[in-house]
Design a binder for this molecule. Structure first.
Ligand SMILES: [Zn+2]
Length: 292
C-alpha cells in the first residue's frame, strides 16, 4: 500500500500475461541490449523473450470513500476475439476482499476506457444474468467511450464478437442506472480529478489524486511498458489513434517529470508504478520504492 497524504493506493492483480515484443513495432534486439539491465526480470522475461502485461485493478481510498479504478478482465466472459480473456476463472473477488475491499460498499468505479481488460469485473455472472459487481457504486464512464463501443452507434461496423464486452460488462451497468457519464474533465471528489488522456482509446481518462501536497496520476494505457519512457513515440499495437496516443504520451511524460507525480499505469510489471525523471534530452524511469 502507498500512502499519498490522507489517501491510500493499493492494487488487486487478476493475472500477469506474457506479452510478445511485437506489442511494439519498433522493438529490436539492439533496444533490448541497451535496456535489459533494468528491464529484466520485472518488465522482460529472458527465458521466454516476452514482455509482461499485469492485468490489475487500482484501489484508491480517501478517508470517506473507496474508489476502484478499472476492473480487469472478469470471470466467465465469452471473448472469441480476445482469447487471453476468454472464460477466465480467477480468484479475483477473494483477492479484492483480502485487499480490504468489500464490493458491496465500493462508492465509485472509474473506468479509464472500455477495452476488454479494463471493464470485466464491472459485472459478475448470477445464474444466467450479468449483474453489477459493485451494486452501490457510481460507475464513472466516458461519453466518448460509450459512443464508440455501443453496437448500435460507433461500433456498428465492428465484428459482432467485439460487442460482447459492451453487452456483458457495460450495458448491465447502464440498465441498472449506475453509470455516471462524463466528458473526461471533472472534479469527482475533493482531490480526485479526471483528466483526458485520449489516443490509446478515444475517450481514455486519467485520474489525478492529490492529498497532503502529494500527487499521483493513474494513466491507464498511455504506456504499457516503461520502455516507452525511453521511447515516447512508441505506441502499442492496441493504440487506436496512433498520432493522438503519441501526443498524449508526450504531455503526460512532460507533466510527470515536471511535477514529480507518482505515475500509476495500467499494465507495468513490479513495482507497478514509479516516477519519470529527466535524463539528457529524454526521460528515465525510477521505479517506486514502495510497492502498492
Ligand atoms: Zn489495457
Amino acid at each position: 500500500m502507498i500512502k499519498l497524504g490522507d489517501f491510500e493506493i493499493s492494487r488487486v492483480e487478476e493475472v500477469v500475461l506474457d506479452e510478445p515484443t511485437s506489442l511494439f513495432t519498433p522493438w529490436t534486439e539492439e533496444v533490448l541490449a541497451e535496456h535489459r539491465h533494468w528491464m529484466a526480470p520485472n518488465f522482460y522475461n529472458e527465458d521466454r523473450q516476452v514482455l509482461f502485461s499485469t492485468i490489475q485493478t487500482w484501489i484508491l481510498k480517501t478517508p470517506e470513500r473507496t474508489i476502484v479504478i478499472d476492473t480487469s478482465g472478469g470471470n466467465d466472459k465469452d471473448r472469441p476475439l480476445s482469447p487471453r480473456f476468454h472464460k477466465l476463472a480467477t480468484d479475483f473477488p477473494k483477492k479484492l476482499r483480502a485487499a480490504g475491499v468489500d464490493p458491496e460498499t465500493v462508492d465509485m468505479v472509474i473506468l479509464t476506457h472500455l477495452h476488454v481488460d479494463h471493464v470485466g469485473w464491472n459485472t459478475r455472472l448470477d445464474g444466467d444474468n450479468w449483474v453489477p459487481m459493485f451494486p452501490k457504486a457510481d460507475y464513472v464512464v466516458s461519453a466518448t467511450e460509450l459512443e464508440v463501443r455501443d453496437p448500435k452507434r460507433g461500433a456498428a461496423a465492428r465484428p459482432p464478437g467485439s460487442w460482447n464486452t459492451y453487452n456483458d460488462s457495460v450495458l448491465p451497468i447502464l440498465e441498472a442506472g449506475l453509470a455516471r457519464i462524463v466528458g473526461g474533465t471533472e472534479m469527482l471528489l475533493p482531490g480526485v480529478e479526471l483528466v483526458p488522456i485520449p489516443g490509446h482509446a478515444p475517450g481514455q481518462m486519467g485520474v489525478k489524486a492529490r492529498s497532503g501536497g502529494q500527487e499521483a496520476l493513474f494513466i491507464a494505457d498511455v504506456m504499457h511498458s516503461p520502455i516507452q519512457i525511453y521511447h515516447p513515440d512508441w505506441n502499442s499495437k492496441f493504440c487506436e489513434n496512433q498520432d493522438l496516443a503519441r501526443e498524449t504520451r508526450a504531455k503526460v511524460l512532460g507533466y510527470a517529470a515536471e511535477t514529480g507525480a507518482l505515475i500509476l499505469p495500467g499494465h507495468f510489471g513490479w513495482p507497478y508504478c514509479g516516477y519519470v525523471r529527466r535524463a539528457g534530452d529524454g526521460y528515465a524511469f525510477e521505479p517506486s520504492p514502495v510497492v502498492p
